[in-house]
Design a binder for this molecule. Structure first.
Ligand SMILES: [Zn+2]
Ligand SMILES: [Zn+2]
Length: 258
């Protein structure tokens, strides 16, 4: 399977780049959108037609993860019917926020499905398990296994550090982690620090760690230029020999070969 970055800023878009959105393409061509942050539709159009999406999955309802869901639905609703064969877009999300979950369904356009957070959800070629993260609103991390290839991709979604994440991420071919914070802010209520992500990668023996949900601007006192490289270096220090990369828009990885 192939993972392509559409947006990787945390919290808000910055300088023409958007917030969390990733396209996961199965070996069979299944097109799966993971979170739908701001600019997701524009960036998706540079990769595929949004109408070719097979399904969407949402980790939680913070705006930097769902900002473009409304316009994605408009795309399916209002794209001229004589130019394509209309279909209903499945959107998987948790239903622990009823009013947000209900917005996912627009008859004839999109259908919300509540994923089974205590079992395994099969979506296209993927088997997905879930773990509730440490975050101010209900949020789930995903462990996605492509059955045909055995490749494993883990996305932390937004989370502070918690021990069960170690079992959940164990042995992944690629771990995509929320690293919004620099070292020194450990045990935060919402996000991982560089140090925590690095240690997580090392403890779990993943093949590669990719940083996402990164801070658009550095904290006070740190130069603006190269601050992300500083974040990567901090992470690498704790990740040992696990390679650490920064996500950037339209960068992609062939999972299992990376
Ligand atoms: Zn976020
Ligand atoms: Zn969030």
């Amino acid at each position: 399977m192939k993972l392509t970055t559409l947006g990787c800023w945390g919290a808000y878009p910055y300088k023409d780049e958007g917030t969390t959105a990733y396209l996961l393409t199965g070996h069979d061509g299944f097109q799966f959108l993971i979170d739908c942050g701001s600019r997701a539709v524009n960036e998706l159009e540079k990769e595929i037609s949004p109408l070719d999406l097979d399904a969407v999955i949402i980790s939680h309802y913070h705006p930097d993860h769902v900002a473009d869901l409304g316009v994605l639905r408009h795309y399916f609703q209002l794209y001229p019917k004589h130019l394509w064969e209309p279909k209903v877009l499945p959107i998987y999300a948790h239903d622990e926020d009823v009013s947000e979950f209900e917005k996912l369904t627009l008859p004839g356009v999109s259908q919300g499905f509540s994923y089974n957070t205590s079992g395994t959800e099969t979506i296209g070629p993927f088997s997905i398990t879930f773990i509730k993260t440490v975050h101010p609103v209900v949020c789930y991390a995903f462990r996605i296994v492509e059955e045909a290839t055995g490749q494993v991709f883990v996305f932390t979604a937004d989370t502070g550090y918690f021990e069960d994440l170690e079992t959940f991420a164990a042995g992944a071919d690629l771990l995509l982690a929320d690293v919004y914070l620099y070292e020194g802010n450990e045990n935060h209520i919402a996000h991982l620090t560089s140090k925590e992500a690095g240690l997580l990668a090392q403890k779990t023996g993943v093949k590669k760690l990719v940083l996402t949900h990164m801070p658009p601007l550095p904290p006070k006192g740190m130069p603006t230029e190269n601050h992300l490289e500083y974040l990567r270096n901090e992470t690498q220090k704790y990740a040992g020999n696990i390679p650490v990369e920064l996500a950037s828009p339209h960068q992609s990885w062939e999972i299992g070969e990376c």
